[in-house]
Design a protein around this ligand. Sequence first.
Ligand SMILES: [Zn+2]
Length: 188
Amino acid sequence: MKLFLISSVSLSAVLVILTLNNTSVHTEELSGSHSHTLANYEMVMDTVPEFPYQKTEAEWKEILTSSQYRILRKKGTEFPYVNEYFDSKKDGIYVCAGCGQKLYDSKHKYKSGTGWPSFWKPIDDSLVVELEDKSLFMTRTEIVCSNCGGHLGHVFDDGPQPTNLRYCMNSAAMKLVDRDKLPEVAQN
Ligand SMILES: [Zn+2]
């Protein structure tokens, strides 16, 4: 119940933020979607396919911090502008906070003005998986780690050249590490 409440509060906050920014929410997307409720949101989570690196919920809770767990395993979203990497210009590689797989290069990071760390491409397309996300009364493309299935964020088509993509990530889902100090990728 506690987790559900936390999740509901943050989902509402995100909806308000998205609505205020009016970047990704359009009225036509909101209409006709009244059947989408938080219950549907949970259903989307349950349809995530199997990923190579598997852990039980109890094991994830043990190795992740509460915010990492809420984002990576429960598809939460952190608040903009108050997260670790949105403003970071530090050089390095962003790896998955759940399993250590490399995801993004700081060279592909750009200032999107959204308050979340944004990239115009992953290091390689094989490192992330796109899933349809019908939560929050709209259809978005969710991005998860291809090794552990951890939720990282979403991708939008309003990014810069050359891809025009904006990979909008959660800082807490990633760790920025030195290029020559990549962690071992967790495997079962
Ligand atoms: Zn991962």
